[in-house]
Design a protein around this ligand. Structure first.
Ligand code: AMP
Length: 399
């Protein structure tokens, strides 16, 4: 790697360090960009050790199925997270739930625990869980399997990028949960391969992402396919007027839980890295990756091809890197993601879509090799670091 090594100083690039500092054009070589670079600069808040959250509910004393309770405790969940504390009891009582919460809040168990409990009492009932990405669907199915271990509960994952045939076949067998991305489940319903009969529970997860990805109409179509009465669980990290309208249309007197108040501190140090004209971004990335503290790094590129090339170049240079992008099959993406999760590689290069919903602990740095297309993409990208009150760093390359 030696030949590529240059100190930050000798390479001549500089971190931004202040709003709007520096002489180069704000929008750089991507003339289409409309995000001002000052948006990418923000100091993290001082992280003050917060007192541990004191929950009102305890899993041990919760009035639920004994096997389910045992599974919860076996997973090491002794105390509920704030969203679980606030959602589970009203949901067990049949209330609709709106959660304004991000991944990492424990929202998956907040909806799975009450739904599993209800289905165990009425095994003919079904739940439909709609999520924006394949990765999130797989993550939820893993959580469901561990929470429903030792029960007769069955689930089917219906996601794009994998063959239709096996999913159609699985749907012919009894199942209590369908965990799906919007496009695929819509397709399966239209082919009459998936039935919404007996679906009593509808979960929409990361609704804002689904709207961003253009699935807003599909989501409404899908909810309309589910017979009433049903119990709804809608989760979104942010609320827009479109989302509020959707919620108002379908929810009946819901309990609304906004956990942003307990989760609002900014743990992400954000800065830009200016790329001098004569220097390649890959060389600057290289210089950063060999610095101390860059232990687990998620690198974002805009295009599949760019991501592929960056990944290959890093491997050529001796880095332990992998990548996820739309040209990979679901199985390949999952393998790469697992390699990153399990620290077999410490660098993952990803496109925005492929990285949505990924939940990997201890990412020290997010590097925006390419500027994100939208502010929402930026927020989503950098949210992969600085989790669980740990400090993270997000660096954006500005040309
Ligand atoms: P989620 O927001 O549902 O993606 O969950 C984030 C992470 O927190 C996952 O790794 C869960 O396994 C974990 N988790 C969820 N609930 C609890 C709990 N009550 N105690 C400890 N860990 C939890």
């Amino acid at each position: 790697m030696g030949q590529y090594y240059n100190s930050q100083k000798s390479r001549g690039f500089s971190r931004g360090g202040g709003r709007g500092r520096g002489g180069r054009s704000n929008y750089g070589r991507f003339s289409g960009n409309t995000i001002h670079e000052s948006f990418f600069i923000k100091k993290a808040d001082e992280i003050i050790e917060e007192e541990a959250y004191v929950s009102e509910m305890k899993f041990e004393t919760l009035d639920i199925n004994a096997v389910l309770k045992q599974n919860i405790l076996k997973k090491g969940y002794t105390n509920p997270t704030p969203i679980q504390d606030k959602a589970i009891i009203p949901a067990l009582q049949g209330k609709d739930v709106v959660g304004v919460a991000k991944t990492g809040s424990g929202k998956t168990a907040a909806f799975l625990i009450p739904i599993i409990n209800k289905i165990l009492a009425n095994p003919s009932e079904k739940a439909l869980i709609i999520v924006p990405t394949r990765e999130l669907a797989v993550q939820i199915s893993v959580e469901l399997k561990s929470l429903a271990q030792g029960t007769s509960i069955n689930s089917v994952v219906c996601i794009g990028g994998t063959g239709l045939g096996p999913q159609i076949k699985s749907l012919r067998y009894p199942h209590n949960f369908i965990i799906a991305t919007p496009g695929r489940i819509k397709d399966l319903i239209e082919r009459r391969a998936a039935s919404m009969q007996n679906v009593k529970y509808v979960v929409l997860d990361e609704v804002d992402r689904m709207f961003d990805m253009g699935f807003g109409k599909d989501v409404a179509f899908l909810v309309d396919k589910v017979p009433t009465p049903r119990q709804n669980f809608f989760f979104s990290a942010t609320l827009s007027s479109n989302i509020e309208q959707l919620f108002a249309k379908y929810l009946v007197n819901p309990i609304k839980i906004d956990i942003k108040t307990t989760d609002g501190i900014n743990t992400i140090e954000q800065d830009i890295v200016r790329i001098p004209k004569a220097v390649k971004k890959i060389d600057i990335l290289h210089d950063l990756l060999i610095k101390e503290g860059f232990n687990k790094v998620l690198v974002f590129g805009r295009t599949k091809h760019g991501v592929k090339d960056t990944h290959q170049e890093l491997v050529n240079r001796g880095f332990k890197a992998d990548s996820i992008h739309g040209n990979k099959t679901q199985a390949q993406r999952q393998k790469s993601l697992n390699a990153f999760k399990e620290n077999k590689v410490n660098i993952l290069v990803a496109t925005d879509v492929a990285a949505r919903g990924i939940d990997v602990m201890d990412i020290t740095h997010v590097i925006n090799f390419d500027i994100p297309a939208t502010k929402e993409d930026y927020t989503h990208r950098i949210g992969r670091t600085g989790r669980a009150n740990k400090k993270g760093t997000a660096l954006t390359f500005v040309e």
